[in-house]
Write a protein that binds this ligand. Sequence first.
Ligand code: NAD
Length: 478
Amino acid sequence: MATTHQKFFIDGQWVEPASSSRINVLGAATGESIGSCPEGATADIDRAVAAARRAFKESAWASYTPAERGAALNRFADAIEKRGARLAQTVSMQNGMPINVADQLESGFVVGVLRYYAALAAGLVTEETRPSPLGFNTFVRKEAIGVVGAIVPWNFPVALSIMKIGPALAAGCTMVLKPSPETVLDSYILAEAAEEAELPPGVLNWVPGGRDVGAYLVSHPGIDKVAFTGSTNAGRIIAQECGRLLRPVTLELGGKSAAIILEDADLNAVLQGLPSTSLLNNGQACFSCTRILAPNSRYDEIVDAIAGSVSSLVVGDPLDRATQIGPMASSVHRTRVEGYIAKGKSEARLVAGGGVPQQERGWFVQPTVFADVDNAATIAREEIFGPVLSIIRYGSEDDAVRIASESEYGLGGTIWSVDRDRAASLARRVESGTVGINGYLPDINAPFGGIKASGLGRELGPESIAAYQQYKSIYMLG
Ligand code: NAD
């Protein structure tokens, strides 16, 4: 049954929207309405930013100790944990994420991230006394940066929200979040959890809407910092605006990561890893290794094995636990992915998939593999954001590192080898913000993010708290 929402969660209350326009959310596997909510207008953003400013400056939150902030984050984690199954199911219905993946990454992982930042908040040291070589002491403070405008995409809507909320609240910031219209229903579950956790009013506020509402939030005079996850195109526009305003911004953007399969790799391990490292969330993951680099010596064997393995993946209803590949998140997005598959057919050799599976409804594409791909081809350069893999041949290990690094992007990557030290030394040479050895899983306790067109700044790890803080030096001269 469709979920209908009438209000927004702003200033700790459910409030009437300023406009009567609405967002209708369609299920990726059915194309039918699964819920709706009001669409935010600029007046709603004004109200949410004002509430977040009051919360930052004047509310109980402003005087919370780091330990009290940690306790609030733990209460929020408890409230989310209770709603874990509903969150996973809602995400899965909205964007087509296989339910097993949603359970792990949009439910279990997010609780882990919040508890991690709760613990870090509790131990946060925000002031140190530093003796100056000039003969006096200086208090060096790390202060919360203020009100954060957070914008998230549709592919991992909960995790990407929580990866901003955790460190921002640990630092003492407050936040206005703008979820993506395709996946707005899960944000209502998060708001419900924030209400149950009794976060002081205005600490977290949600205003759903499209890019205009997002752009208004980015340039709002009441925002002190922008945290964005989404496409590189939108990231560039947001970075320009933040540059004009001299407003701090972190950007988690697109990727075109490479899996380097070394000659000694265990091919079974590679095949077992493919669904999570190269095809996670139906290929709708920023760090997916969609370029597969295969050595000359094992090239045909690898192409055959990957083509066979991808052809046998179970495509279907994302709520079915047997499903490995669900539909694309929207009809527009499927059309875009199909365009890349058509382009691939003119650029390389199709060895698996390439069409639309026999489903009665929903925005499915067949998981697809191209072989003999040139690293300069469109399908090897551009982020497709679907289940489409390009296999690229390489000669020496130096070649592999060069090809992996020859990309506009630099977000993820994997190296497959039975020799972990050899793989790790290659990982050090690949131009990328993160690399996995014989698998890929972002570590909560380590900075995650990209270089080049993949973004600016990092999320996760203690480093992420610094993105929500600014320094102040107090010189004790007398
Ligand atoms: P998108 O950039 O179109 O939209 C992302 C969000 O930004 C949405 O909420 C959208 O409404 C908003 N938005 C778009 N243009 C805006 C603007 N000019 N000003 C303010 N807000 C704006 O991206 P998408 O298609 O929803 O998501 C897919 C993209 O996200 C992919 O490129 C993917 O790689 C990237 N992504 C990156 C990471 C990462 O951590 N690096 C993680 C997940 C997704």
